[in-house]
Design a protein around this ligand. Structure first.
Ligand code: UT7
Length: 323
């Protein structure tokens, strides 16, 4: 059975969201001062100007999660499950979600999801599935401290990755909810292209990951769009994984989606893996770029090599700016 489908059960909707970034800003000039690189190279080849370093995955997840709960008018006691997408957990054992569950006073269960940069969309789909099965409210967080997994002396990777978190609250609805379709996938035979051993640093074949990223994002997006019964023309917004502006531009151009329909934050966050899609989504929501009824495509790819896309029709809460 394919890993894509069109759900038609008890639905869910996003009722709150929040983000967290550590305060320490690392600029391209900071790297220029100590590595064989330049601001010009980094900006032109990646679109990244600065990223944040510091904190812990749990601390960022808790800050973003608390903001999402506050916005939804809920406390931890209202939440049936916390799903934490992360590829940089604070401990080998236990899950980082267990600390989030404790500190936010969440009544229900807690677990981490590791699907690298696709993790948040994997979590979104899982949250919808569990709500379809009877849960009422799920807190979904993408949080990373990738600066810990990156050799800060390696110009190939140090300039790319940053730390941060984004969170959403999903609540059951009486209707079909927001999620129209999704596509989840993985090509484990390519897993050596991007990995980090336990206790070691990330290594990546950047060129090959780049090439695959563009192809896979477009394929997965088209699969989800077809399952949803809409075309790219119907999209108000694409929220892609934030790895490299050239990957985003190449993929969106193949989808015939122009830049003013694409959410990007990577210039100021760098690549934050599981956190990148919620950071970009929240930025777009807070800027009033999403209106009721809009179709939004979320699409991620990353280590594994994993990919995930989802089409939602926005039925959820809207911030003041958009109303
Ligand atoms: O989250 C999902 C996983 N990650 C990604 O999606 C990242 C995918 N890959 C990329 O974004 C790009 O491949 C990179 C940004 C990593 C590299 O860009 P590129 O245009 O593919 O460069 P390249 O690897 O072809 O390297 C071109 C040159 C090389 O030098 P030589 O061999 O031509 O002399 C690199 O050594 O650029 C050199 N280079 C740098 N030069 C200055 C690599 N990193 C740097 C650097 N500053 N930081």
């Amino acid at each position: 059975m394919p890993a894509s489908t069109t759900p038609a059960r008890r639905g869910a909707t996003i009722s709150g969201w929040g983000t967290a970034l550590p305060p320490h800003v690392v600029t391209n000039a900071d790297f220029e001062a100590r590595l064989d690189t330049t601001d010009e190279w980094i900006t032109e080849r990646t679109g990244i100007r600065e990223r944040r370093h510091g904190s812990s995955t749990a601390a960022l997840a808790i800050e973003a999660g608390r903001a999402a709960l506050d916005m939804a008018g809920l406390t931890g006691d209202d939440i049936d499950l916390v799903l934490l997408a992360t590829t940089s957990p604070d401990y080998q054992i236990p899950s980082t979600a267990s600390q989030v569950q404790d500190e936010l006073g969440i009544r229900g269960g807690a677990c981490d999801i590791n699907a690298a940069c696709s993790g948040f969309v994997y979590g979104l789909v899982q949250a919808h599935g569990l709500i379809a099965m009877g849960l009422n409210r799920v807190l979904l967080i993408g949080a990373e401290t990738l600066s810990r997994l990156t050799d800060q002396e390696d110009r190939n990777t140090a300039i790319l990755f940053g730390d941060g978190a984004g969170a959403v609250v999903l609540e059951a609805t009486d209707d079909a909810g927001q999620l129209l379709a999704f596509d989840l996938g993985s090509d484990g035979s390519a897993r050596k292209l991007l990995d980090a051993p336990i206790g070691g640093y990330m290594q990546m074949n950047g060129k090959e990951v780049f090439r695959r990223a563009v192809t896979v994002m477009v394929q997965s997006a088209n699969t989800s769009l077809a399952s949803a019964g809409i075309s790219a023309d119907d999209l108000a917004l694409v929220v892609p994984h934030q790895a490299n502006i050239r990957i985003i531009e190449a993929a969106c151009s193949r989808l015939n989606v122009d830049a003013d329909r694409v959410a990007t934050v990577l210039a100021t966050t760098g690549n934050t893996s599981s956190a990148s899609i919620p950071l970009a989504l929240v930025d777009a929501l807070d800027s009033g770029r999403v209106k009721k009824g809009d179709h939004v495509l979320l699409v991620g790819f990353g280590a594994g090599m994993s990919w995930a896309s989802a089409v939602i029709r926005w039925t959820g809460h809207l911030p003041e700016v958009a109303s």
